[in-house]
Write a protein that binds this ligand. Structure first.
Ligand code: URA
Length: 222
């Protein structure tokens, strides 16, 4: 059975029995617990030991999330890149520096928001997350949202935007919409990924419109 097939079966909750010699790790030794009522520390520990999908094999470390646990705004990106995998913190590369500047432009110091990704591990060669990986990792993000209870989620980029809205709309459409996310129906907006803005600086003008919407929505709720 291919690794991919095994991942699909595991994500669907179907036990997979693999000959030890062929298995990349002892499958019966993997502890599978439900994510649901952890506090921040136990959730952080659980994520750091996670082996629920194949990405654990290639990571330097997990990238849990960073910021204030009292944040009103949660920013969600796609997945850690090389720098994030090395440092264990989301959005610390060049795109991260632009994200920090974008937040500052609407009076939100980086330390006052919470920043996380859909995936807590780096996909090899920065490939797009596989839907099964996203599905497997999402309970961690959902628990972070439950603990944080943000007033607003800002998804950055097409991948996070499509995943969190459950649509396959292009970013140009996603950014114009108003959504809610998860059990708690948290308001959700989508904007351009800062890595895209670095490649296409002409779009920063549109991103600025999105950021003003973020500011207005937060102000309207405080
Ligand atoms: N891109 C993302 O989507 N997330 C990061 O943490 C870094 C780059």
């Amino acid at each position: 059975m291919s690794g991919r097939q095994q991942q699909y079966l595991r994500a669907m909750g179907i036990p997979v029995w693999v000959e030890r010699a062929a298995a990349p790790m002892p499958v019966d030794a993997v502890e599978v617990s439900e994510v649901g009522n952890e506090d921040w520390d136990s959730l952080r520990r659980e994520v750091s030991a996670c082996q629920r999908c194949g990405l654990h094999a290639g990571r330097t470390q997990t990238v849990f999330g960073v910021g204030s646990e009292r944040a009103q705004l949660l920013v969600v990106g796609e997945a850690p890149g090389a720098e994030e995998d090395r440092r264990g913190e989301p959005f610390v590369g060049r795109a991260g520096q632009l994200l920090t500047a974008m937040l500052k432009a609407i009076d939100l110091p980086r330390g006052e928001v919470y920043i996380a990704n859909v995936l807590k591990c780096r996909p090899p060669n920065n490939r797009d997350p596989d839907p099964i990986e996203a599905e497997t990792c999402t309970p961690y993000l959902q628990r972070q949202i439950d603990l944080l209870q943000p007033k607003l989620i800002l998804a950055v980029g097409r991948i996070a935007g499509q995943w969190l809205t459950g649509t396959s709309l292009p970013l140009g459409k996603l950014r114009l919409g108003s959504y809610t996310y998860g059990k708690g129906n948290v308001p959700l907006l989508v904007t351009y990924h800062p890595a895209y803005l670095l490649r296409s600086p002409g779009q920063k003008r549109l991103a600025w419109e999105d950021l003003k919407r973020v500011r207005a929505l937060l102000d309207a709720q405080s």
